[in-house]
Design a protein around this ligand. Structure first.
Ligand SMILES: [Fe+2]
Ligand SMILES: [Fe+2]
Ligand SMILES: [Fe+2]
Length: 416
C-alpha cells in the first residue's frame, strides 16, 4: 500500500472544489471558472504571490457555504438580487474560520457578494470590502451570466453591460475586466476545457508548502461536516465512520500512517453525497427506483473526486467500493469477492455499523444487539466480510463507545 507522505495543497483544494461542483446531473465548473477569471484580473493588478494564492484558493471554495443546502445552491447560480445571497457567504466564513489551514480564506469568502455602494449586512462599502472579495464578486457574476448553450463571443456585451454597474462592483475592477474583455483569449480561457485542465497544474505559487496526513485530516474534517449537514440524520456520520474504520484498521494491524489513511477515507467516503438533493436524503420511507439511482451515484463521485488528488489512489479505491457487496449485488461497479479490497471492506462494515446505530427518517437507531444480528446475517449471506464482522462483534461495546461518547481513539489524539 502507498501511504501518503506530503501533498501539495492545490491538489487537495482542487479536489475539494470539485466536490462543491456536484449537481444531480454531474459536475459543473463554476468554482474553477471563477478562479480562472479571478486569476486573469489578478494578473492585471500584479498581486503578490501570497495574495494570488489566497485569491485562487478562496475562488475555488467561494460557495462552500451553500454546498449542503440545495436551495442556496440554486439561488447563487441565478443572477438575482435577493438579500439571501449573503447567507452562504456568511456560512462559508463560519465553516472556514476555525480551520487553521484554511482560515485565511474565510475573510475573502465572507464578503464575496458585498456591493461596493454599501447596503450589505456586513456594513462594509467601497474600499473597506477586501480586494480579494471584490475580485471574486465580479468574477463570480461573470461566470454565472455565461450560458453554456451559446458561444461565449455572443455573450460578451450582455455580460459587460451587467458588470458595468458601479453601485455593485469596484469601478477599477470594471475597467480591468473591460480591458481584458477586448481579447478573445480572456473569454476562451474561461470556457475551454483543455485550458481548464492545465490551469491549476501550472500554478506553483510558494512552492514548498505541503500538507502531511495530520493537516489533511484537519481539512477533510471541514468537508466531512459539509457532507453530513446535507441531512439532519447524518449529523456526525462521516466522523463516526472515520473513527470506526481507523479503529478496525488498528485492530487489524495496520501501521500508524495507514490508520490515518483510513481516518481520512472515512471522513471523505460520502463526499459524492453532495450530488444528492437534500429532499432525497430525508425521505421518510422507501425510495423509488429513480430516487435510489441518485443515491447510487455517490460512491462513484467520491471516487472520481478523490482519484484526482495526487497520492490518493489507495483512499479513492477504498472509498469507491464502500457500497460494493461480496455477492456482487452492490454499487456502483458490481464487484465480487476478492475484487473488493480489504480497505474497502473495512470501510463498508464501519459504514454499516455506524448507519445502523444512527437514526434514519424511517427508523430509530438500532441497539447494539440488533446491529450485530443484522451484520452477522449479512455476513452469512456473503454480503460483507465475516472476519471483520467477527472483529466488530468482539469489540462492539468499545466501538459504540467511540461514536456515542465521541471518544477520540488514542492513536489519533495528536491531531484531533
Ligand atoms: Fe457566492
Ligand atoms: Fe459563486
Ligand atoms: Fe455511502
Amino acid at each position: 500500500m502507498h501511504t501518503i507522505s506530503k501533498i501539495h495543497p492545490i491538489s487537495f483544494i482542487k479536489g475539494m472544489s470539485t466536490a462543491l461542483e456536484l449537481t444531480n446531473k454531474g459536475i459543473s465548473k463554476h468554482h474553477l471558472e471563477t478562479a480562472i477569471i479571478s486569476y486573469s484580473i489578478a494578473q492585471q493588478l500584479q498581486l503578490s504571490q501570497t495574495s494570488l494564492q489566497t485569491l485562487l484558493y478562496a475562488a475555488l471554495l467561494h460557495d462552500i457555504g451553500a454546498a449542503s443546502n440545495w436551495e442556496e445552491k440554486h439561488l447563487i447560480m441565478h443572477n438575482d438580487h435577493q438579500d439571501s445571497i449573503f447567507n452562504h457567504a456568511e456560512s462559508g466564513y463560519r465553516i472556514l474560520k476555525d480551520c487553521r489551514h484554511l482560515n485565511v480564506l474565510s475573510i475573502p469568502i465572507r464578503y464575496h457578494h458585498d456591493r461596493i455602494a454599501g447596503g450589505n449586512p456586513s456594513g462594509l462599502r467601497g474600499q473597506d470590502i477586501p480586494l480579494l472579495s471584490r475580485i471574486i464578486h465580479i468574477a463570480d457574476r461573470i461566470d454565472v451570466l455565461i450560458d453554456a448553450n451559446d458561444h461565449i463571443f455572443n455573450q460578451r456585451n450582455k455580460i459587460l453591460d451587467y458588470i458595468s454597474d458601479s453601485n455593485i462592483f469596484d469601478i477599477d475592477l470594471i475597467k480591468v475586466v473591460k480591458h481584458l474583455a477586448k481579447t478573445e483569449s480572456f473569454w476562451l480561457d474561461i470556457v475551454n476545457s483543455s485550458y481548464q485542465n492545465e490551469f491549476l497544474s501550472d500554478l506553483d505559487f510558494l512552492g514548498k508548502l505541503m500538507f502531511n496526513n495530520d493537516e489533511l485530516i484537519e481539512i477533510a474534517e471541514v468537508f466531512s461536516k459539509i457532507v453530513d449537514e446535507t441531512s439532519p440524520y447524518t449529523a456526525s456520520h462521516s466522523k463516526n465512520v472515520a473513527v470506526v474504520s481507523s479503529s478496525l484498521a488498528k485492530i487489524y494491524g495496520y501501521n500508524d500512517e495507514e490508520i490515518k489513511m483510513f481516518y481520512l477515507a472515512g471522513l471523505l467516503h460520502d463526499l459524492g453525497k453532495l450530488a444528492v438533493p437534500n429532499e432525497i436524503l430525508t425521505i421518510p420511507g422507501k425510495l423509488t427506483e429513480k430516487e435510489f439511482d441518485l443515491i447510487k451515484q455517490h460512491p462513484y463521485y467520491s471516487f472520481r473526486i478523490l482519484k484526482q488528488i495526487e497520492g490518493f489512489t489507495t483512499i479513492a479505491t477504498w472509498v469507491s467500493q464502500h457500497h460494493e457487496l461480496l455477492d456482487a449485488s452492490g454499487y456502483p461497479f458490481g464487484l465480487k469477492n476478492d475484487k473488493i479490497s480489504l480497505g474497502a471492506r473495512i470501510i463498508t462494515v464501519a459504514d454499516i455499523f455506524c448507519a445502523l446505530s444512527e437514526d434514519r427518517p424511517y427508523r430509530n437507531g438500532l441497539s447494539v444487539e440488533q446491529i450485530l444480528q443484522t451484520m452477522t446475517m449479512m455476513a452469512l449471506e456473503n454480503k460483507i466480510d465475516s472476519k471483520l464482522v467477527n472483529y466488530i462483534c468482539l469489540n462492539a461495546d468499545m466501538i459504540l463507545n467511540l461514536i456515542t461518547k465521541k471518544v477520540i481513539p488514542p492513536f489519533l489524539k495528536k491531531q484531533c
